[in-house]
Design a protein around this ligand. Structure first.
Ligand code: FE2
Length: 170
């Protein structure tokens, strides 16, 4: 494969990742505002929102280092309409459970995206740009692991709040 083709795949992947991270922010920010009964989840989401902002910064730095104009990034973000776009479960009585599952799915999507991006970076001779992508990947792996661990206690808490008649609150 020619270098220019690999570079094209890499740049497209970086722009897609940038759109994906903006999508992540637009999913997490409304969620965190609604949480009252699950402070540990709210705190973790706040932490990951800050991490995600850092991830976006790293992606922009990489794109800049490749002399790619950042002005096209807004369009990419707006055109991100994958299956993940429907992840806001704001009216369901079991909102916290649905969001916990959806967030876990989204983090795994992000993990897959960064693993693919890192592979393309290596194929295209961009090894020098792997390190910041690995930072992003490590953060997604940690977040996915936290979400996986919290599924059971969150479900148990949801069930006990429902028992107490408070299930309507997130
Ligand atoms: Fe993430």
């Amino acid at each position: 494969m020619s270098d220019s083709k690999t570079r094209e795949i890499f740049v497209t992947g970086l722009k897609n990742a940038h759109a994906m991270e903006n999508q992540a922010l637009s999913i997490m920010k409304p969620q965190v505002k609604r949480i009252e009964n699950y402070p540990d989840i709210a705190a973790k989401l706040e932490e990951h929102i800050r991490e995600t902002e850092g991830q976006i910064g790293r992606l922009e730095e990489i794109l800049t280092s490749l002399a790619e104009n950042n002005s096209s990034l807004k369009d990419a973000a707006l055109s991100f309409t994958g299956s993940m776009a429907a992840l806001g479960h704001t009216v369901a009585a079991d909102e916290i459970l649905k969001n916990s599952m959806a967030n876990f799915a989204f983090e795994n999507f992000e993990i897959a995206a960064y693993k693919s991006l890192i592979t393309i970076a290596e194929l295209g001779g961009f090894e020098g740009l792997v390190a910041p992508l690995q930072v992003n990947l490590d953060q997604e792996v940690a977040m996915a692991a936290w979400l996986e661990e919290s599924l059971r206690p969150t479900t148990i808490k949801f069930a006990s709040l429902k028992e107490a008649g408070q299930a309507a609150k997130v």
